[in-house]
Design a protein around this ligand. Structure first.
Ligand code: SAM
Length: 289
């Protein structure tokens, strides 16, 4: 509609009215394209029964579309200067609550219990501040929140890494970490031109569907993630070299070779060729000495 916040003209008008200046350090790049926002909401699977959690509403561009399409919206915004602006821009929507908190410090579990109905599907939808994309997503995933999905605009390069498959350039320990909790898919590439101000990097929308259970059974999650990271330590080196280096003092090379042999994984392979299932087998075989 022509009343949408997310247009270049309307955005400029709001910023001018409040004398707002962007803080680069807070990753403030506002979306000024309603079609992109509607696309994001469609990919998120939002409907009138859904609850939505937004991180960083800015002046309310995405929040407004969420208010229209979801049942209710809770948005975490760290920048206090945006509160009076959001009061104004979202004033007509009765289903939005803004929480002036750092998402990395917030008790999201408690907020979900307070703001949404038991059993109500809850989706995280956000145009994330790029300087803390990975900490935010890992916090939300590791907290095992009662949410159905996360649909987030992030740097394209990070989206590609999170959704990557074995044997691709982007595949690494971040792919495993994210895909342990979710099914990950890049659903849209987004040009710089739809932001104000324009970011330095290309963007993409990543859709993460929460898994009901992890796709692999591991003895110890921390150890599993540790082994994964170690295996990608030096990408050009073999599995054996990376493991030997990481487990120096714990496992002799010969012991590592035997255990790899036990689980049918060639020590000459590179980490980037291992599937999540193989990483789980590896970690489980190395967990107890
Ligand atoms: N959602 C708006 C949009 O799409 O136009 C703004 C997105 S902008 C990329 C990121 C927003 O996150 C900014 O409003 C910024 O102030 C906010 N932000 C930055 N760090 C934050 C944090 N730690 N917790 C909550 N919000 C944060």
């Amino acid at each position: 509609s022509n009343r949408a916040i997310a247009t270049p003209t309307k955005t400029r008008e709001i910023l001018k009215k409040y004398g707002f200046s962007f803080k680069k350090s807070l990753g403030q790049n506002f979306l000024v394209d309603v079609n992109i926002l509607k696309n994001i909401i469609e990919h998120a699977g939002i409907d009138k029964k859904a609850g939505a959690i937004e991180i960083g509403p800015g002046i309310g561009a995405l929040t407004e579309q969420l208010a229209i399409h979801a049942k209710d919206v809770v948005a975490f915004e760290i920048d206090q200067r945006l509160l009076p602006i959001l009061d104004d821009t979202l004033g007509e929507y009765g289903n939005v609550s803004i929480i002036n908190e750092d998402i990395l410090k917030a008790d999201v579990q408690q907020v979900i219990e307070e703001k949404f109905q038991p059993g109500q599907p809850v989706h995280v939808v956000a145009n994330l501040p790029y300087y803390i994309t990975t900490p935010i997503l890992m916090k939300l995933l590791m907290a095992r929140l009662p949410i159905s999905s996360l649909t987030v605009m992030i740097q394209k390069e990070v989206a590609d890494r999170m959704a990557a498959s074995p044997n691709s350039k982007s595949y690494g320990s971040l792919s495993i970490a994210v895909q342990y909790y979710t099914e990950a898919r890049v659903v849209m590439n987004v040009p710089k031109t739809v932001f104000q101000p324009q970011p330095n990097v290309d963007s993409a929308v990543l859709h993460l569907q929460m898994r009901k259970e992890p796709p692999v059974q591991v003895e110890d999650e921390d150890f599993f993630f540790d082994v994964t990271k170690a295996t990608f330590g030096q990408r050009r080196k073999t599995l054996m070299n990376n493991l030997a280096r990481h487990f120096k003092g714990t496992y002799e090379k010969e012991e590592l070779r035997e255990r790899l042999d036990d689980i049918g994984i060639d020590p000459k392979r590179r980490g980037e060729s291992l599937s999540m299932e193989e990483f789980a087998r590896l970690a489980n075989r190395l967990y107890s000495k």
